[in-house]
Write a protein that binds this ligand. Sequence first.
Ligand code: SAM
Length: 280
Amino acid sequence: MKSGLYIVATPIGNMGDISPRAVETLHNADVIACEDTRISKKLLSLLGISLNKTFITLHDHNEDRHLKKIISVIKDENKSVALISDAGSPLISDPGYKLIRACRDENIFITTIPGCCALICALQLSGLPTNRFLFAGFLPVKDKARQDAFLEIKNLKATVVFYETAGRIVKTLETAQEVLGGREMAVAREISKIYEECITGTAEELIRHFSERGAKGEMVLMIAPAEEETTEISRAEMQNQLRQKLQTASLKSAVKEIVEEYGANKNEIYEMALGIKNEK
Ligand code: SAM
């Protein structure tokens, strides 16, 4: 195989998703650059590929040092290096971009062997608009930073995709509810595995789902785009109508009726309804 760097996508759950070209590339590569050698050796063994290769680790703490080693084996030893991550597409919330920059600077041959990427699979399952989306990686762990992350995307007219862990999903959804109200959201989990599912609803509905059934596995959180804002006049009119409806109907059905009648933004009306309820 030609000397250079090969970016190889690996499965995110189902081994059947690896492409024949990825298998061939991993088979022919002299060196495997990976995050965790134990995980990558297991993958190669499952694919029946010899482990008689050099493995170089690449992660956030050693990327600067180890990329020099990788450049050297390609340039000085004329070898081929396959870059893989623990699962899915390398470089997407995974290490590698500094290595690619360095290889480009050195005019090294680079190619990609495409395949699974969790964020794309999740978007496909969500039913949310896919014409415009922002991938925002992992949410910050600290409460205030996570709240700021939601505030930052609150008015964005694009679907926003976050990677999240099962342990934090409920807390994250609680913050999302505080900031985004009744906005439509989706959580896709365990994609390509036995318990794959994609749940859609408001943050409140998703919190209920995970509180009742427990939150397990790998997951992707997606937030629907912000909708057009309404004018001040229609706002006042809707507020009056909503106030009247709330006297006899539940919050959910009053919101639904106004949204349908005025073609209004569901989140805005939901927040308006909460405001009216709180007045009482
Ligand atoms: N580079 C990988 C990709 O984009 O395919 C993602 C690596 S990132 C370190 C790992 C995160 O991706 C997980 O925490 C989860 O949010 C998401 N993920 C990976 N596999 C998944 C799966 N099978 N189902 C749902 N989300 C998954």
